[in-house]
Design a protein around this ligand. Structure first.
Ligand SMILES: Cc1cc2nc3c(=O)[nH]c(=O)nc-3n(C[C@H](O)[C@H](O)[C@H](O)COP(=O)(O)OP(=O)(O)OC[C@H]3O[C@@H](n4cnc5c(N)ncnc54)[C@H](O)[C@@H]3O)c2cc1C
Length: 396
């Protein structure tokens, strides 16, 4: 939609093809239905949130940056607000308002919308001639912006990668990113449904012992493993998650150092000194975690609290500060927020978004091999590349 609006405003006679029976199906579910439309940060901070091919985006972000996105929606009648982490949302908390504003801008710019599935590109002698949908259509320029492969029921099921391949483009390995993670074992399953707030998650690469991700926030145990904002963000830092490669370490009490936590446990133990160990953790941990912690602590559940040794307590402190979950792999790409990989940036002119292989073919959005962390960066990338592609295609 953004590419169509800017192409039409630049003088193009624009047709937008959409395979669904309405526009913006994925956009409607972004940000849990609230649409985190961009991030209110400067260019350098923006680029530091794009782990793959950030340099490719300089021209696009210079032409249409985060300020431009905010001005675009405010001018279109959608007031915005900035929340924690500089995430920008509509004041109404309704993604629907973003979709309506874009549809209205399409209408005002004179964009024709055809609800048909594009089945291929028409290319002759290295020059774009149009597309095949339910019929053959003639165009001087085509912008391929079919999205990624995640959440395919929204319409983005990877069609565009195949079109790009057939046009001679390289499509790098397609992998899920910002995706829930499957555990190696059955530890999380026993705590499914439990959501932890204010914990620290560290992902450790076992071979090097290096922490490849660390942050504070919220996460959740499920029947398959781990999900929630921290886990989705962590997944973007793990390429090719293979069994045995990574362990998730959860610090259940990040506000307390080991000594303070030990004192806290000591005072709980003093209160429960004549009880069994199994009945002494209720003040420290959520109910659903207690069985797992007892099992992993190595302390017999029926041991009297007043006979727990200092060594056992030290081990318990360590367990609470480094609660480890071995990781097996990602959930399927269908459940990923974004697709990592895509049309190689080496074959796209970053100043115009035009293909270096096929004249008149342009790319925009998630189909390109660029992806970012959560925080509104992925939509901004889609908008910036779309504006550049839209204007360049109209100006020829
Ligand atoms: C659950 C969820 C929440 C998200 N939340 C956020 C968020 O809050 N902030 C953020 O920045 N990012 C978010 N994202 C990521 C963001 O939605 C995508 O990166 C972004 O939508 C990509 O835009 P796009 O235009 O490239 O592709 P899409 O939005 O996927 O649009 C592609 C369009 O092309 C159509 N299409 C595909 N193939 C064909 C074909 N052959 N013929 C005709 N039409 C076709 C599709 O139907 C679709 O309408 C979220 C993603 C998901 C799944």
């Amino acid at each position: 939609m953004m590419a169509a609006i800017f192409a039409a405003e630049a003088g193009g006679d624009v047709t937008l093809f959409e395979r669904n029976d309405r526009l913006g199906k994925k956009l409607r579910i972004t940000g849990k239905g609230r649409c985190n439309v961009t991030n209110n940060c400067d260019l350098q901070e923006f680029l530091s949130n794009v782990p793959v091919n950030s340099r490719f985006l300089y021209a696009a972000l210079n032409r249409f940056g985060t300020d431009d996105t905010m001005a675009f929606f405010e001018d279109a009648g959608v007031p915005l607000k900035t929340e924690r982490g500089k995430r920008v949302f509509p004041v109404s908390d309704k993604a629907e308002d973003i979709v309506s504003a874009m549809k209205e801008q399409c209408r005002r710019a004179g964009v024709r919308v055809i609800y048909e599935r594009v089945r291929g590109l028409r290319i002759e002698d290295g020059v774009i001639k149009g597309v095949f949908a339910d019929g053959a259509y003639d165009f001087d320029a085509v912008i391929l912006c079919t999205g990624g492969k995640s959440y395919p029921r929204t319409g983005s099921d990877g069609d565009g990668y195949e079109f790009a391949r057939r046009a001679g483009h390289t499509v790098t390995k397609i992998l899920p990113s910002l995706v829930p993670i499957v555990e190696d074992g059955r530890l999380c399953a026993s705590m499914q449904g439990l959501s932890l707030k204010n914990v620290q998650l560290t992902v450790v690469e076992k071979s090097s012992g290096k922490a490849i991700y660390r942050d504070f926030g919220e996460m959740m145990f499920t029947h398959f493993g781990l999900t929630g904002p921290l886990v989705l963000s962590a997944s973007a830092h793990m390429h090719d998650l293979e069994r045995g490669k990574y362990t998730a370490e959860i610090d259940l009490k990040p506000a307390l150092d080991e000594k303070t936590l030990d004192n806290r446990i000591l005072s709980d133990f003093a209160e429960f000194k004549n009880k069994d160990f199994a009945n002494s953790l209720g003040k420290l941990l959520p109910q659903k975690m207690i069985d797992a912690v007892i099992r992993l602590s190595g302390i017999a559940p029926d041991k009297k609290v007043n006979s727990i040794t200092k060594e056992e307590r030290t081990a318990l402190v360590r367990l609470l500060k480094h609660f480890s979950v071995p990781l097996l792999g990602f959930r399927p790409i269908d459940e990923a927020i974004i697709t990592s990989g895509g049309v190689s940036v080496k074959e796209i002119n970053p100043k115009t978004m035009e293909s270096k292989l096929v004249a008149g073919l342009y790319f925009a959005g998630e189909i390109i091999d660029v992806d970012a962390y959560t925080g509104g960066f992925n939509l901004q990338i889609a908008f910036s590349t779309a504006v550049l592609a839209g204007e360049s295609s109209a100006w020829g």
